[in-house]
Structures are given as structure tokens and as C-alpha cells.
Design a protein around this ligand. Structure first.
Ligand code: CU
Ligand code: ZN
Length: 174
């Protein structure tokens, strides 16, 4: 009996904390009026870095560059988001391979879209945060590109911006 009560107490304390941590969400929508591309990004601070889970639907199959751009705006075909978030003025790269010294703070690399038009990218990016640091991405925008990011300079030659979503900070519990 005591043991069961203890278990209930642990669930009450630990359960809600897991689902209600502050996190960021971006709803991606196609930048062209007739576009069906859609998706979501969920961003969470972890001890290892910023966990990013991006899910895309109804996109053209293939490899597409995916970045966090500077401003949380998607107008003008996604151009309103500005360029890659680059607080240190460093070169373009891939955060998971190059780190913040040799990649923009928004350089998430590529997402693979399957024949059914959907794809998932999951990364945990060291030293990037949702809020509260020089490398915070809350309030910026996730951009899905037309072409692969080939990691060339200055921004990976990834072509147009086919989907965009501002990263909103979600209150605990939402
Ligand atoms: Cu980009
Ligand atoms: Zn970049």
C-alpha cells in the first residue's frame, strides 16, 4: 500500500513536468499561395543542447536544406525571415559537424523527404538554446528550402524558400 502511494506521488510530481516544460513550436506553411507544404518543428532545451524535431508533409521528395533564419517572419515568399541566424558572423556550415565556430547558429543541414512527401529530422544541437543565450532561436523562423544544402558558401546554395514558420515560445503546460 505504501509502495503504491509512493508510485502515485512520483507520477504526480514527475508526470506533468515532462510534458509541460517550456518549449518552442513552429508551424510551417508553404510560402507560395497554392503550396500544400506543411510541417511542424518542436524545439526543447536539454542538457546536451537544443533538441529539434521537424516533421514535414506534402513536400517534394528529395533532400531539402533546413535552417533557422534570423527573423520570425515569413512574408515575401519567406524572404522576410532574413538570412541564416549568424550572431558571430562566421561562415556557413553544418552545426552537427562544424559547431558554432564554423557554422551559423541556424545551420540544421538537410531533411530527407520520402516518396510520400513526408520526412522527419531529429537533432540535438550543442550550445544552441531556445531562449536566454546569444545562440537563442526563439522568435526566429524555420525555413525549408527547395534544394539540398550543399554546405557551400555563403548559404549552401539551397534555392528558394518553400515553407516557413516562426518559432513561438510556448508556456509550460501548452
Ligand atoms: Cu535557409
Ligand atoms: Zn548558414
Amino acid at each position: 500500500m505504501l509502495r503504491r502511494l509512493w508510485l502515485v506521488a512520483v507520477l504526480l510530481i514527475a508526470g506533468p513536468a515532462v510534458v509541460s516544460a517550456e518549449h518552442g513550436e513552429a508551424d510551417l506553411a508553404g510560402t507560395a499561395e497554392d503550396s500544400a507544404v506543411a510541417g511542424t518543428a518542436v524545439l526543447t532545451d536539454t542538457p546536451q543542447g537544443l533538441k529539434v524535431v521537424v516533421t514535414i508533409r506534402q513536400a517534394p521528395p528529395g533532400t531539402h536544406g533546413l535552417h533557422i533564419h534570423q527573423y520570425g517572419r515569413c512574408g515575401d515568399g519567406g524572404k522576410a525571415a532574413g538570412s541564416h541566424y549568424n550572431p558571430d558572423g562566421v561562415k556557413h556550415g553544418f552545426l552537427m559537424a562544424d559547431g558554432l565556430r564554423s557554422a551559423h547558429a541556424g545551420d540544421l543541414g538537410n531533411i530527407e523527404i520520402g516518396a510520400d512527401g513526408s520526412g522527419i529530422l531529429e537533432l540535438t544541437v550543442p550550445n544552441v538554446t531556445l531562449s536566454g543565450s546569444r545562440y537563442s532561436v526563439g522568435g526566429r523562423a524555420v525555413i525549408l528550402h527547395e534544394w539540398p544544402d550543399d554546405f557551400s558558401q555563403p548559404t549552401g546554395n539551397a534555392g528558394g524558400r518553400i515553407a516557413c514558420g516562426p518559432i513561438l515560445l510556448m508556456e509550460p503546460g501548452s
